[in-house]
Design a protein. Structure first.
Length: 280
């Protein structure tokens, strides 16, 4: 069963592309027609592409891997943060920090620095600082939180990127391509889809359009996480049953061994030979 349908996407405005003069010819397979100088996206193809992307995202989530959501447009970043948080995934909605993927250890150092500032503030170490120094530290902490707070739990490279507007987030896409990280992208008619592994042709400017796509994809991720949780529970139950069976079998073996010992014939003691009489 499809996760979205034509009417749902039409109502959200997913079919509106960019002006005809701004189009990218590589998007021609996904364009249905042109109306009033604006390209109209073929939503039948969008439905299929959303389903393909959702299944792939579900498989990644089932393996316990992280998917990084990226979208810095003002009108869509709030919905991206909301949907990513709902499935406990990291996201970037402020400026993309250059080298975030290709120079990941440096980004992790910045995140650790933020954690160290919190620790020093909580234990009273900064109590002796002047107001000016404390203000500088506070501002630094706020800046780190704004740019990196949403990826504080990302301890290793993500297994996939979900990008809204691949043209605006081209640096993130290039970094992912360089590292071989698959990219899921909401691609409008002015963008180039060739570097996107899972293309979702749709309007990437409207909040409603992005939201309906994220709803379908995040629902698939949630399903993957639930299946992983169920698999882990089954594994634990199987291990517990195996241990219980082993403990139950151990006394039986002990009783059987005792019975065998009791039934075994006692070894006859060696009879001492009579000594010959000494010669007189």
């Amino acid at each position: 069963m499809a996760r979205t349908n034509f009417d749902m996407l039409l109502q959200a405005g997913c079919h509106f592309g960019h002006l005809k003069r701004k189009w990218n010819p590589a998007m021609a397979p996904y364009i249905y027609t042109e109306r009033n100088g604006i390209h109209i996206i073929d939503l039948h193809k969008t439905v299929v592409k959303i389903d393909d992307a959702a299944e792939a995202l579900k498989a990644i989530a089932r393996q316990g891997k992280k998917i990084l959501f990226v979208g810095t447009k003002k009108q869509t970043k709030e919905v991206i943060a909301e949907k990513a948080t709902s499935v406990n995934m990291p996201y970037v909605i402020e400026r993309w920090p250059g080298g975030m993927l290709t120079n990941f250890p440096t980004i992790r150092k910045a995140v650790k620095k933020m954690a160290n500032i919190d620790k020093l503030m909580n234990d009273g170490t900064f109590g002796n600082l002047s107001k000016r120094e404390l203000l500088q530290v506070t501002r630094q902490r706020a800046k780190l939180e704004k740019n990196l707070g949403s990826i504080a739990d990302l301890t290793r490279l993500p297994s996939a990127l979900f990008v809204v507007d691949v043209m605006k987030e081209n640096i993130a896409v290039r970094e992912a391509n360089r590292l071989g990280i698959p990219v899921f992208g909401v691609v409008d008619t002015n963008s180039d889809p060739k570097n996107i592994d899972f293309v979702i042709p749709a309007n990437d400017d409207a909040k409603d359009s992005v939201e309906v796509i994220l709803n379908a994809c995040c629902a698939a991720i949630a399903e993957g996480l639930e299946e992983r949780k169920a698999e882990k529970a089954d594994e634990k139950a199987a291990e517990a049953q195996s241990e219980a069976d082993a403990e139950e079998a151990a006394p039986k073996r002990t009783r059987r061994a005792r019975k065998n010992d009791a039934e075994a014939p006692a070894a006859e003691a060696p009879v001492a030979e009579e000594e010959a009489p000494a010669a007189e």
